[in-house]
Design a protein around this ligand. Structure first.
Ligand code: HC0
Ligand code: SF4
Length: 570
């Protein structure tokens, strides 16, 4: 153990601890911009400088290890002076129009500048803007980039996609799409992890709130909104709502207050997905020679995009079941429209998703099986939903809880857990067991698939077959998985992959907390909601059962194939 003093506090920490983390352990926050634990510890921003007694040069706290007897000052006059100059230098190359920045109020550069009392920028450089296709779902504003390298590192180390790279040298150093590609020609899967780890407004999703407001204002349009499982775990975070205060009921009420005509639950479609995908798995197992193995889940468009770009020879391994978002869109513009006597061309189908990649999924040319334009017209992220709540001056604390509408609003706990890594697998196993054994298992019988590790392998006995399953989240883990499968080092029957670490709860469209990970906490909320649901098996969802009786007939029927399945094309 190492003994040291930080700002007059004596402490003892293990050897190798950084000064920043030692300080954090006793409640002393050292300001920083570029630091991301274990991912970006390169002291690019020099904001975390601290003074060490007896040393004339300041050191960077993020990557300097503690030393025996060290006496550290994190906020001495010298530290404040140098830190201030370093921040002023960053601001001199930054577009400081905070009033029109999507990250205003949630920007670490803004906070640190305010904390340091910087009211003017003494140096001012022309900040060049690089060209960008603003119709792409991910937007980069080069004038707001502070070259912290977080996006480069998260994309390289956690997602293994290498989309971003450093360009030029010296004062002209900048970050851009690697290999001089345009973003649409790059390997970007739109997981959005670069956005949620950017400390400023340099990266964001394409804003589609104007389109949603236009649909709401159009008297011809019937607006039908669906809300993804993971959104309910996070929508209250930026609104200052705590835990259970940000309930599902208040979320529905907020959407109604915004003016959506029908508020439905993607969880309904998640239950429907289990019926289709679970039946597909059993059909594949029954005719195993006909199919490529393992079967992959296909509900995460980041993962589908990854397979399509990096391992196209495995596209046929993906389940043909569409994602719940797309199943919902197809059902809204057929079954729901027929039940209500609405012309599907007048329906504007909107989703609220924790995901940026869902914007692209909805726009794919083959996602229009209902015959009334794209099945899903507009996709908003959780952050855009929060911006709409703000734009409407809604205070959710004063809202009375409301229930989802029917017939696409009922859901089970199985649909709920789709939003957390392992959830699709667990929900599918609950129903597959019931089909094979003729009775429900314990609802938590397959909880072994839950966990924090990026890759988990579990075997389950289903009838006379042992099912080898694997659950993966994060694309670097997915890359290792694919190499293992390709090289024959491992063999599975059913594999679930979600592109974002922790699954959709950690999605690229979720509220941002300066690179801190909230996936585990949000996943816990989904497991709690699952355990509180009366119904915990997708096949017991009464609205799903009714949809089969009245419209779809049975899983994998001709209608189900037309509306709910698709081949994945490169
Ligand atoms: Fe997800 Fe989904 S669980 S991908 O993360 O399957 O976005 O939450 O809506 O579609 O249900 C996202 C979340 C969804 C879909 C569901 C799946
Ligand atoms: Fe989108 Fe979820 Fe996939 Fe992330 S894990 S890309 S949020 S669907």
């Amino acid at each position: 153990m190492i003994n040291l003093t930080i700002d007059g506090v004596e402490l003892q920490v293990p050897e190798g601890t950084s000064v920043m983390s030692a300080a954090a352990g006793v409640g002393i926050e050292v300001p920083h911009l570029c630091f991301l634990k274990d991912i970006n510890e390169i002291s690019a921003c020099k904001v975390c400088v601290v003074e060490v007694q007896g040393k004339s040069k300041l050191i960077t706290a993020c990557n300097s290890p503690v030393e025996e007897g060290m006496v550290v000052f994190t906020n001495s006059p010298k530290v404040r002076r140098v830190r201030r100059t370093n921040v002023e230098l960053i601001l001199s190359q930054h577009d400081c129009h905070c009033a029109i920045c999507v990250r205003s109020r949630n920007c670490n550069l803004q906070k640190i500048s305010n904390d340091l009392g910087i009211l003017e920028v003494p140096f001012n450089e022309e900040v060049p803007e690089t060209s960008w296709d603003h119709s792409f779902p991910l937007i980069r504003d080069s004038r707001k980039c502070i070259k912290c390298m977080r996006c480069v590192q998260i994309c390289d180390k956690v997602q293994a996609m290498h989309v971003w790279d450093v360009q030029n040298t010296g004062s002209r150093t900048t970050v851009d799409v690697a290999d001089n590609k345009t973003i649409d020609c790059s390997d970007c899967t739109l997981c959005g992890q670069c956005i949620t780890h950017c400390p400023t407004g340099a990266l964001r999703e394409r804003d589609d709130t104007d389109k949603a407001f236009a649909a709401l204002a159009d008297p011809e349009k019937i607006t039908v909104v669906q809300v993804a499982p993971a959104v309910r775990t996070a929508w209250g975070e930026e609104l200052g709502l705590h835990g259970e205060e940000a309930s599902e009921g208040k979320m529905v009420a907020a959407l109604k207050r915004i003016g959506f005509d029908y508020v439905f639950d993607t969880n309904f479609a998640a239950d429907l997905t289990i019926m289709e995908e679970g039946s597909e798995l059993l059909e594949r197992l029954g005719n195993s020679r006909k199919y490529a193995w393992p079967m992959f889940t296909s509900c995460c468009p980041g993962w589908v995009s990854f397979v399509s770009k990096k391992y196209p020879e495995y596209l046929r391994n993906l389940s043909t079941a569409k994602s719940p978002q797309q199943m919902f869109g197809a059902m809204a513009k057929t079954y729901f429209a027929q039940k209500k006597g609405i012309d599907p061309n007048n329906i504007c189908c909107i989703s609220v998703m924790p995901c940026v990649s869902k914007k692209r999924e909805a726009s794919l040319s083959y996602m229009k099986s209902a015959g009334a334009g794209q099945d899903v017209d507009i996709v908003l992220t959780t952050r855009e939903f929060v911006r709409m709540i703000r734009a409407e001056h809604i205070n959710p604390r004063f809202l009375k809880e409301q229930a989802f509408d029917s017939p696409l609003g009922e859901s089970t706990g199985a649909g709920m857990i789709f939003g957390v890594t392992g959830g699709v697998m667990e929900a599918a196993l609950r129903t597959a067991y019931a089909v094979v054994e003729g009775k429900n298992p314990e609802a938590d019988a397959f909880r072994a698939v839950r966990g924090r590790e990026g890759r988990r392998e579990t075997d389950f006995v289903l009838g006379d077959k042992t099912l080898h399953t694997c659950t993966v989240s994060g694309l670097a883990n997915a890359e290792k998985l694919m190499e293992d499968i390709k090289e024959g080092r491992t063999a599975y029957d059913f594999v679930e992959v979600m592109a974002c670490p922790g699954g959709c709860v950690g999605g690229g469209g979720q509220p941002i907390h300066d690179g801190c990970e909230f996936a585990e906490q949000r996943g816990g909320t989904l497991y709690r909601l699952d355990s509180e649901r009366k119904l915990r098996f997708s096949h017991e969802n009464p609205e799903v059962q009714k949809a089969y009786e009245e419209f779809l007939e049975k899983p994998l029927s001709r209608t189900a194939h037309k509306l709910l399945h698709s081949e994945h094309v490169n």
